[in-house]
Ligand binder design. Structure first.
Ligand code: TMP
Length: 221
């Protein structure tokens, strides 16, 4: 087995409207304020190539996209981020924080689209080898309430970006995503931690920090 690189790899997960992206911003700021060098990644996206793949994946016009195409494009974006962002940052001893990673593919394509976890594990092996987060924090809110929040936000979005193809799936789809996350938590109780996303963002951030801080190396100022 390859030795673990010196950095720390954290991913954030959650259903639509759970507050995950807010928590990502708060966590990255707190880490930087504490003296850590942080590399950020977003899935799908993160790199210039990934951003183009993201556009294809989320375009509401692409209704005909097959679940397998969706799965492979998610991993195409991730393979590029692994090489361009994640592996080099970990080698430099930095902290990598990724807004979503392979657990999203397990929950969305494996569970909610019905492709199954085994297929996702096979694609993961092909695309990433042994690269995996050390710690994953999944922000959890009642699915219906979170979805309502996401819809309201998307409708008032001044950029007119609107809802993505995947955001537009049914409530039942998003419930299956949530069930997928719970299944991952039962498979990987040490790495994958579900965080109560209710209450003020600052309170949720405190819950996040209480799980992150014990894993941190001492900061090099
Ligand atoms: P975001 O809204 O958190 O940026 O995520 C983009 C959308 O892509 C969201 O609906 C979740 C979905 N997604 C998947 O279906 N599978 C994946 O592997 C990833 C990373 C995201």
């Amino acid at each position: 087995m390859m030795p673990h690189p010196p950095g720390l790899f954290i991913s954030l997960e959650g259903t639509e409207g759970s507050g995950k992206s807010t928590q990502m911003r708060l966590l990255v700021s707190r880490l930087r304020d504490s003296g850590y060098t942080v590399a950020e990644n977003q899935e799908p996206g993160g790199t210039a190539i990934g951003a183009q793949i993201r556009r294809i994946l989320l375009d509401p016009a692409h209704q005909e996209m097959a679940p397998m195409t969706e799965l492979l494009l998610m991993f195409a974006s991730r393979a590029q981020a692994a090489v361009e962002i994640i592996a080099p940052a970990l080698q430099r001893g930095e902290i990598v924080v990724s807004d979503r990673f392979t657990d999203s593919t397990l929950a969305y394509q494996g569970e909610a689209r019905g492709l199954g976890f085994d297929l996702v594990f096979a694609a993961q092996h092909l695309a990433l080898g042994s690269l995996a987060p050390d710690l994953t924090l999944c922000v959890s809110l009642d699915v219906e309430a979170a979805l309502a929040r996401a819809h309201a936000r998307n409708q008032s979005n001044p950029s007119g970006a609107g809802e993505s193809r995947i955001d537009r799936q049914s409530l039942d789809f998003h419930r299956r995503v949530d069930a997928g996350y719970r299944r991952i938590a039962s498979l990987h109780p040490g790495r994958f931690r579900i965080i109560d996303g209710s209450g003020e963002p600052g309170d949720v951030a405190q819950r996040v920090w209480s799980l992150v801080s014990p894993r941190l190396p001492s900061a090099s100022h």
